[in-house]
Design a protein around this ligand. Structure first.
Ligand code: KIV
Ligand code: ZN
Length: 391
């Protein structure tokens, strides 16, 4: 693997599916898994096999179906979980077991009522046990975001000795600041013996709206895998959004970090996940929201009509969106009206545009948005308007 490649670990079907109301059946999961493979993700976390017979079957069927990506099953640091996951993954081309345990003081004291040494013992035991079934074992240090760096480094070093191939450093509660999370990854790179032989993974939650920023900070500081979901769905405020990290890396080539994602499929994949999970996306969502490439104020519309890059840093075609939208509202100017009128076949002279614009403002003041049907009405009221042929 090139040192500048960021592996995309998609957990839409595991962390994403934990969202209330997003439950999918096996058939729906298979459709999404196939699409994720086609999109170019490196790892598909297909589920938590021990959690239910349905999840077991889904992971097993996804393992049979997926051709290119690694297929991963989540476990706790519990032998039974690991056995069940190994069983579910046995038909996978590239199986991965994802096992781990909480490492923050809060998890150790309240969740396990155990000592730090005991947590390390269980972590090592889980990784060694998983290695009996698969070569590729990812270890997660749950709540690593709030875990003391020195202890986290110790845990990481021990699980590497036990055979972990990937170290997942989750900011489970979405608490870290980007500088802090980046520094954590840097600290591990500098203090953990053997870390050069494993991949460090970022798994960030969005409780403070920082999941994407934290994942990018992790990658800049040496992580080479990012765990994310389509549309950023996931527990509470969600996970890092796949489409966001992929486009950040693409739009900032000087970072010299690449993914294998076919970005032209991002929009359609987003639509597929919202429809299957019944989970709408807010209109102002970066990259895939309905307004991500829509312009409604007169000043912005005029700028975009003259040159798209005035107000757009991404070419919509790069993410599979047909074109930028010029939305007509009471804030729109003449340039926008002329542009939209031309799109539906009207070429306006300056005088005609002045007349049409007055009528347009009356429509716009009455309603939130002026649509094509309204434009036809407006044009009827303007004298001698000629319809042009539209290609
Ligand atoms: O957020 C988290 O810590 C997790 C782990 C189970 C990887 O989802
Ligand atoms: Zn998570």
């Amino acid at each position: 693997m090139h040192n500048d490649k960021i592996q995309i670990f998609d957990t839409t079907l595991r962390d994403g599916e934990q969202v209330p109301g997003c439950k999918l059946d096996t058939q729906q999961k298979l459709i999404i898994a196939e699409r994720l493979d086609f999109l170019g993700v490196d790892v598909i976390e297909a589920g938590f096999p021990v959690s239910s017979p349905g999840d077991f079957t889904s992971v097993q069927e996804i393992a049979k179906l997926v051709k290119n990506a690694s297929v991963c099953g989540l476990t706790r640091a519990v032998k039974k979980d690991i056995e069940v996951a190994a069983n579910a993954l046995k038909f996978a081309n590239k199986p991965r077991i994802h096992t781990g345990i909480g490492t923050s003081d809060s998890h150790i004291q309240y969740k396990f009522n155990a000592s730090k040494d005991e947590v390390i013992r269980r972590a090592k035991e889980a990784v060694s046990y998983a290695k009996n079934f698969v070569d590729d074992v990812e270890f997660y240090a749950e709540d690593a975001g709030r875990t003391d760096n020195a202890f986290l480094a110790k845990v990481c070093e021990e699980v590497i000795k036990s055979g972990a191939t990937v170290l997942n450093i989750p900011d489970t509660t979405g608490y870290c600041l980007p500088e802090e999370y980046g520094a954590k990854i840097k600290y591990l790179k500098e203090h953990v013996k053997g870390i050069e032989n494993v991949i460090i993974s970022c798994h960030c939650h969005n409780d403070l709206g920082l999941a994407t920023a934290n994942s990018i900070a992790g990658a800049i500081n040496g992580a080479r895998q990012i765990e994310c979901t389509i549309n950023g769905i996931g527990e509470r405020a969600g996970n890092t959004a796949l489409e966001e990290v992929v486009m950040i890396l693409k739009q900032h080539p000087y970072l010299n970090l690449q993914t294998d994602i076919n970005t032209k499929l991002l929009y359609d994949t987003s639509i597929m996940v919202r429809e299957k999970m019944g989970m709408p996306v807010q209109p102002n969502k970066a990259i895939v929201g309905a307004n991500a490439f829509a312009h409604s104020s007169g000043i912005h519309q005029d700028g975009v009509i003259k040159n798209r890059e005035t107000y757009e840093i991404i070419n919509p075609a790069d993410v599979g969106v047909n074109e930028s939208a010029i939305v007509l509202t009471a804030r729109s100017g003449r340039a926008a009206l002329a542009y939209r009128a031309k799109k539906i076949g009207y070429e306006l002279t300056k005088i005609q545009l002045d007349t049409a614009y007055k009528t347009f403002l009356q429509f716009a003041d009455r309603q939130k948005e002026v649509i094509d049907e309204d434009i036809h009405q407006i044009m009827k009221q303007v004298n001698n308007i000629s319809k042009i042929a539209i290609a």
